[in-house]
Design a protein around this ligand. Sequence first.
Ligand code: FE2
Length: 464
Amino acid sequence: MEQVIPMQIDVTKTFKNTSVKVLDFLVDSMFEFVDQEFLPSQSNFGPVNELGGEVAVTSGIRGKIPDDFPEGIYIRNGPNPLFGGLKSTRSVLGKSSHLWIEGEGMLHALYFSRDGDVGDGGWTVQYNNRHVETETFKLEKQRNKPSFLPAIGGDPPAILSAYLLNLLRFGKVNKYLSNTNVFEHSGKFYSIAENHIPQEIDIITLETLGNWDVSGAWNRPFTSHPKRAPGSEELIILGVDEVKPFMEIGIISADGKELIHKADLKLNRCSLCHELGVTERYNVIMDFPLTLDINRLVNGGPLVEYNHEGYARIGVMPRYVDADSVRLFKVEPNCTFHIINSFEDGDEVVVWACKALDSVIPGPDMALNQFGWLRRKLKPTSTSKENDISPDEGNLLSHAYEWRLNMQSGEVNEKYLTGKRLSMDFPMINGAFSGYKNRYGDAQVVDSVASSASGMLKYSGLAL
Ligand SMILES: [Fe+2]
């Protein structure tokens, strides 16, 4: 007699698969992906392909590599979108778009070694590049088509629906970019963008080794610019999230295995604080009026907005305390992404940074002339005639700036450090002086003319 084997049906799995198919169908029928175009003057922002392995750099080296130059690897990270470039979408709900800061991270590495005979003066220089393979990168690559809907810029109904559909289909509202920085801690190397945790990378092969969640203790956004605590090997980190707690500070042990301190700063808005500062005793955070607000989006406003009149505060907290011990100093409204250095000077905590009066994020309203918006705000102020100046002309250009925060009196003094003739950003100092009073720093100098002509920030020199 023939045996009848009952068929096992996994109802949950079947339902889930069906739901994904329905949602995919919905997205494919409702949303049209459109390539964001580059003007010829913006083409150096276009994506490049993976090389698939190291190549020798045999030309393009100008000058001579110094004899005492150290052997080693120089790595940089940056957005390099899959599928030919950043996308926007069109639907009955309006437009939604990526911001220029989005795009999957790609690592670019230069390997300097003396053991070869290729190149200048016995040096061998090799180059390689490779995408950071986050969970969402692998998912989109496997699907072989743009899948996450752009969910930051554009018309509020389109952004909101993109947000929800990404969440329903993939369990997250946006892609993990890992495209902003590379850092080292305890002998390991990580790629990072602040919407997710770091990705450990192999700096020889550029292979992505996986998430770093500090032994399961840190499962929220992670700053792109973590700082080594002065006088110790501990790592100070920050996480800014779109839901409460909006900002948390963390301290990771020197061996990278343990989160030894965590504090919710109890801010009442999601301020997009891109970098934190450290001094010998304090952590320094920026609560400036560039904010991400889901409620604002639901009510028809932008998800990300810079409010020129919003309050701005700098928070200073002893290294291991909680929110109750944070001193918040009110400063002039501004937009600052990068801190040059911070240190203690008598009773004062001094913060040096590159400050602008407006934010390049999220960028212009899509209904406006976007190119004109950028061109006006990147216009070199020194070349404008008095009667031609519009109130926001040149406001995206950042300048070296100082805040002095008196921990005893609560007084604040602030001023420009270098005047406004040169606009600069992406500052670096000798890491040994991070958190201590220093004399020198480097920054990239904005080419105001090229920036205002192309509508994108371009840099043409270094300032020391
Ligand atoms: Fe940065």
